[in-house]
Design a protein around this ligand. Sequence first.
Ligand code: NAP
Length: 343
Amino acid sequence: MNGPVNRQWLLARRPVGAVVPEDFRYCEAPLPRPGVDEVLVRSLYFGFDASQRIWLTDHGGYLPPVQIGEPVRTMGIGQVVDSRHPDYAVGDLVEGFLTWQDYNIARADGPMPLRVLPKSEDMPLTWHLGVFGVGGLTAYFGVTDVLKVGPGDTVVVSAATGATGSLVAGICKAAGADRVIGIAGGAEKCRWIVEHAGYDEAIDYQNEDIGARLAELCPEGVNAYFDNVGGDMLDSLLLSMAPRGRILICGAMASGYTDVQLQGPRNYMFICVKMLTVQGILLTFYRDRLQEGGQEMGRLIAEGRLHVEEHIVDGFEHAPALLPTLFSGKRPGKLLLKVADPV
Ligand SMILES: NC(=O)c1ccc[n+]([C@@H]2O[C@H](COP(=O)([O-])OP(=O)(O)OC[C@H]3O[C@@H](n4cnc5c(N)ncnc54)[C@H](OP(=O)(O)O)[C@@H]3O)[C@@H](O)[C@H]2O)c1
C-alpha cells in the first residue's frame, strides 16, 4: 500500500453481554477522499463513552448502530488534512464524531456539529473531550437546566468518579447546593471523590447499604438525584427521595448497555406518592447551547470550582481493550486514548 496507512479497528461481531476486545478486528485501508461538504480528519485523541457500547447493539439506541465491518464510532479530536467544506481549513483542530481509524471523513451536520477548536489556548487539547465535551456539558446542563439545583438542596450523584459525575459536585456547589453526596465503588474511589471532586460525603455501593447510609446522611430525604447508573441503585434512591424531589436520568451503567430495552424501576410508584419529577437528558438536545455551556464550565474552572481528572493511554492499538474498562475497573475522570500529535 502506498502513502500513509489508515489503521482501523472494525466491529468484528455484535458483542453478547459485556463487550470484549475480541469483538473488534484490526485492519489497514487506503486514505478515504472527502466528497462535497466533507472533510478528511486525522485522528489525534479518542474519548471513551459508555454509549459506544449501545451503538454496538442491533438497535444502536439514539444513533444508527455500527454495522459489522465498520470502524467503531467514537467522540474524538482530530486535525483537518483535506477540506471540501468552507467552514473547515487544513490544519484546523476539530472535535466531534470520529471512528476508530487514523483518517476519518467527517461532516459538519449530523447529531452533533463538528466543532472547530480555538487556536491558541493555555489548556490541554484533551479537555475538549472531557470537561468541555459530552461528560462536562451534560453535567452542566443536567445540574443547571434539568435538576435546577439551588440553595437548600441535598444532591446525590451516582458514578461519581466518572467523566460526568466527577464534575457534578463542583457545579452543584457553585449553584448553591447545601450538600452533595457521591456514590462510588470501593473505599479508595470514595476517598477520591471527597478529596478531589468536591463531594461532602461518599457512599461505597460495593460495600455499603445505600438506603441505610442515605437515611443516616440525609434523614429529610434527597432533593435531587443525578442518576448515571439506574437499576437497583435507582430503586434505592426512589425510596430515599424527599417529597417533590427531582431525578435526572443521565445513564444506566448498571445495565452494562448490552441492550437498549431495559427493565424499569420496581419502586416507580414512589414517583407518584412523593410527587417526584423524573427527566432524562441527551446532550444533542442542547446542540444550540454548547457554546454557552462551555463558557460556563470555563468560568467554573477559572474560579477553582472544578477538578479536572484525565487518564490518557497512548497508542491506537489499545482501543479495544479500553472500552470494557468503562464498566469495571476504570480510574476516576475521563478516559482517553492518544493516537497522534497535531502537526
Ligand atoms: N445522557 C447523556 O447525554 C450522557 C452524557 C454523558 C454520559 N452519560 C452517561 O453517564 C454515565 C456515566 O458516564 P461517564 O462518562 O460519566 O462515566 P465513565 O467515565 O465512563 O465511568 C464509568 C462510571 O460508571 C461507574 N460504574 C460502572 N459500572 C457500574 C455499576 N454496575 N454500578 C455503579 N456504577 C458503575 C464507574 O464507577 P465505579 O468505578 O465507582 O464503579 C464509573 O464512575 C453513563 O451511563 C453514560 O452513558 C450520558
